[in-house]
Design a binder for this molecule. Structure first.
Ligand SMILES: NC(=O)c1ccc[n+]([C@@H]2O[C@H](COP(=O)([O-])OP(=O)(O)OC[C@H]3O[C@@H](n4cnc5c(N)ncnc54)[C@H](O)[C@@H]3O)[C@@H](O)[C@H]2O)c1
Length: 251
């Protein structure tokens, strides 16, 4: 199936690592030009060179998505470089681990800033342009933690649930402009984020009892769903949250 992504322009936040890196590579493999956003310059450069080796353009954007001004300038630079933005993938995310009763208040501030303000900043910064063009695809990466509530990740679960509710409302506001807004909700996927957990075989064995398909996710599992949702093949799908989690949650 041709997804028709050749020549499209996609901003992928947090694409220096893990799932975001794979989303960037998968969309680039389909012919899209990619804005590689992260806070880590080394990772940005490495993924940008992987993207370019696929024969498309990469714009490097070392930007902290929690800063409205910085996100705005990333969007302006993207428009200067490519003249348009077709796709926004809100992928960057962080999660504080620990029982809520034990966590220091400061430790979960990044959960709110990155997972909530980051998504709000990026959506707000691109939609004016998308509305003018009457075209756009926004996909945000939530988590099944946000659908079922994950102990030891209480604030993260709440922040990811925010993304799901916000995306439904935004989909209703923007559908008339041919802008699709959807959410991909991963289960535990092999990336540096969860390395401390999944490097312990006993934890993984226990964890997999809750997965109908008894394996952890690969970044490609998530990236393939994103590629489908940012393409016109799925243009009548909006406001949806699709779990890509081996059946961890079935809602
Ligand atoms: N890996 C999993 O098991 C899993 C499960 C469910 C959901 N998710 C979600 O998938 C997304 C990607 O996670 P991952 O596992 O690839 O994590 P990761 O830690 O490998 O990658 C996240 C990237 O985001 C970047 N980032 C963090 N804060 C940023 C900021 N303020 N501005 C710009 N970039 C920033 C980091 O530098 C990093 O490169 C996250 O939203 C995460 O919550 C992951």
């Amino acid at each position: 199936m041709d997804l028709g992504l050749k020549g499209k322009v996609a901003i992928v936040t947090g694409s220096g690592s893990g799932i975001g890196r794979q989303i960037a590579l998968t969309l680039a493999g389909e012919g899209a030009n990619i804005v590689i956003n992260d806070v880590d310059e080394g990772k940005i450069k490495s993924v940008a060179s992987e993207v370019r080796s696929l024969g498309v353009k990469a714009l490097e954007a070392k930007v902290d998505i929690t800063s409205w001004e910085a996100v705005n300038s990333m969007v302006e630079n993207t428009l200067k470089e490519f003249g348009k933005i077709d796709i926004l993938v809100n992928n960057a995310g962080v999660g504080a681990f620990g029982l809520f009763a034990d966590l220091d208040r400061k430790s979960w501030e990044p959960d709110i800033k990155v997972n909530i303000y980051g998504v709000l900043n990026c959506c707000k910064a691109v939609i004016k342009h998308m509305i003018e063009r009457k075209y756009g695809k926004i996909v945000s990466i939530a988590s099944d933690a946000g659908r079922v509530g994950e102990p030891y990740f209480a604030v993260y679960s709440g922040a990811k649930a925010f993304i799901i509710g916000f995306s439904k409302a935004l989909a209703k506001e923007l559908g008339r402009y041919m802008i699709n807004v959807n959410v991909v909700s991963p289960g535990t996927t092999k990336t540096p984020l969860v390395e401390p957990l999944i490097s312990n075989p006993d934890i993984v064995k226990n964890m997999l009892k809750a997965y109908a398909i008894r394996r952890l996710g690969e970044p490609t599992d998530i990236a393939n769903a994103v590629a489908f949702l940012v393409s016109d093949v799925s243009s009548w799908i909006t406001g949806q949250t699709i779990s890509v989690s081996g059946g961890y949650s079935m809602i």
